[in-house]
Design a protein around this ligand. Structure first.
Ligand code: VG1
Ligand code: CO
Length: 543
């Protein structure tokens, strides 16, 4: 086995977005495209000689080929040990768990998360650091810079590793261990939740449906819920990971997880329903005929955290991404703890978690997590809900409505305009930015603008600054409109509009969300001229 140094030409488009580099599979299959990016990652790091690297992905099309390339490049670049999930499978939270448990130098996760998979769909790759979390912007910027000037990469000439059997292999001087994808993660969950109490709930009359959407959580959910926690066989549906996720979007929301939504809003609906995304870091939770918004979910978990063994001693703080509703802020206020507001993307939570400033984190995009790892964690959120349901003996709807009764309700919705021409989307945002300084004090019907800005964030731990993270317009009654462009898409631009209104009066807590937000939604269009500038009459996805 010899190390080859291969000459290459740089690509100009390898800038990581909200969560790693995501492109069409066909783009990744171009000559040396993946190799260049992997070498750019290694070239941006220091001190990894003889250290451990964790590698795994969500099982989508091209996962296995990519892993074989990465293993040979890790060996040629001098890693001492590589841990790879069996079959190339590691959910994003499991990868984070394994990096931390093994004191690895870092990890490479292959996923385009909730984006579709298959030969004509999406692939993705991202680097996580030794704390188990997504690389911060300092590192992703360095990787991008390096990718623009790269001239060669190193790869070992060797046969492919058998990824399907748990075994230890030698690749040149490097040890490659094919490990069980589930066991370390399952053991961590067991330290956090009252498995006895949950088991009692799941083995009784309580009915639970977990939809893994043919993505990575299938094996994890079956091991945890059906085997370890005695839920009936068949509780986990669509539990076989498929390279194309069965042709769907592995995105746990009301639109793409429609089979589950039909079950949960049908006759004789189960008590609890949940779904997770392609790489297992997102979650959607539903009660019988009842949808819990991700922002409310974070608030409810925070308010009830001390019912769960891993959080018995309380929370140090809560963190939420800027567009997430302010429901968690109200819980933090009552608990007398901080609530941090960060830019979109889990990488911004890492420092707060490492510094012990936040215990729970969440995003409106169906992401919830805690300091147990450094990624959002879909099945963790499902277990957290099950633990609360078991401890309180109430239904999902009762728990959420009681929560609104105590804290008030933040009506909240996100409208996505997918596949908009990039020029049109950029013009819309540029126009908004230009108008910001004149906004405060303006009135629109009953709404008076309190503040208007382009969100900037200074990390309270390392002082790093992130600018241009989304246009916010806040009104004097606490309502908000937020506009930003997605950083995870692979074609055209996706405009995201986030709308929020607070309602203190319990008599007004049972309105339909879109109706309750209707005047703000039309105001959002009036201010940004969404219909005119995007050429779209309505959003592609409403959550
Ligand atoms: C989206 C979400 C963001 C999330 C990111 C990665 O980003 O809005 O909250 O962190 O996806 O999630 P964007 O830039 O498209 O809005 V995942 O499950 O891809 O790892
Ligand atoms: Co994901």
């Amino acid at each position: 086995m010899s190390i080859q140094t291969v000459s290459t030409q740089p690509y100009s488009d390898q800038k990581p977005g909200t969560s790693g580099l995501r492109k069409k599979v066909k783009v990744f299959q171009q000559q040396n495209y993946l190799e260049n990016f992997v070498q750019a990652i290694f070239d941006s790091l220091e001190g990894y000689q003889n250290q451990t690297l964790v590698v795994g992905g969500d099982g989508r099309y091209y996962n296995r080929e990519a892993i074989q390339i990465i293993l040979k490049m890790a060996a040629a670049n001098g890693f001492g040990r590589v841990l790879v999930g069996q079959g190339g499978i590691l959910s994003t939270p499991a990868a984070s768990c394994i990096i931390r448990k093994n004191n690895a130098f870092g990890g490479i996760i292959l996923s385009a998360s909730h984006n579709p998979g298959g030969p004509d769909e999406d692939f993705g790759i991202k680097y996580n650091t030794g704390n188990g979390g997504p690389a911060p912007e300092g590192i992703t910027d360095a990787i991008y810079d390096r990718s623009k000037t790269i001239t060669e990469y190193k790869i070992l000439e060797a046969a492919a590793i058998d990824l399907d059997r748990i075994a230890i292999h030698s690749l040149g001087q490097t040890t490659v261990e094919v490990i069980d994808s589930v066991s370390d993660y399952g053991a961590l969950m067991e330290t956090l939740f009252d498995f006895g109490q949950i088991k009692q709930l799941l083995s009784g009359d309580f009915r639970f449906c977990m939809d893994s959407l043919h993505a990575v959580t299938g094996p994890y959910a079956k091991a945890l819920f059906e085997r370890r926690l005695s839920a009936p066989a068949g509780t986990v549906v669509n539990g076989e990971p498929l390279e194309d996720f069965g042709g769907g979007h592995p995105d746990p929301n009301l639109v793409y997880a429609h089979d589950l939504v039909e079950v949960m809003f049908g006759d004789n609906a189960p008590d609890f329903g949940a779904a997770s995304d392609g790489d297992g870091d997102r979650n959607m939770v539903l009660g019988s005929n009842f949808f819990v918004t991700p922002s409310d979910s974070l608030a409810v978990l925070a308010a009830n955290a001390t019912l769960v063994p891993g959080y018995r001693s309380g929370l140090a703080g809560i963190a939420r991404s800027m567009p997430t509703s302010q429901a968690p802020d109200r819980v933090a206020e009552k608990l007398g703890i901080d609530c941090f507001e960060t830019p979109t993307g889990w990488k911004f939570f890492g420092n707060l978690l490492d510094a012990g400033k936040a215990t729970l984190c969440g995003e409106e995009s169906f992401g919830t997590g805690s300091n147990h790892i450094r990624e959002k964690d879909g099945l963790w959120a499902v277990l957290f809900w099950l633990n609360i349901l078991a401890a309180k003996g109430q239904s999902v709807e009762e728990i959420v409505k009681e929560h609104w009764g105590t804290y008030g309700r933040n009506y909240y919705s996100r409208h996505d305009y997918e596949g908009v021409e990039s020029d049109r989307a950029n013009t819309l945002i540029a126009n908004l930015r230009q108008g910001l300084s004149g906004m405060p004090g303006k009135t629109f019907g009953p709404y008076t603008v309190d503040y208007a800005d382009d969100f900037a964030y200074t990390d309270p731990v390392d002082g790093s600054v992130a600018t241009k993270q989304g246009v916010r317009i806040g009104f004097t009654d606490g309502s908000r409109i937020v506009y930003r462009l997605s950083g995870t898409g692979t074609s055209g631009a996706t405009l995201r509009l986030y709308v929020e209104r607070y309602e203190a009066d319990p008599a007004k807590h049972n309105q339909d969300t879109q109706a309750a937000l209707a005047d703000l939604i039309s105001l959002a269009d009036e201010i940004a001229q969404i219909k005119t500038l995007t050429g779209r009459d309505q959003p592609t996805v409403i959550t």
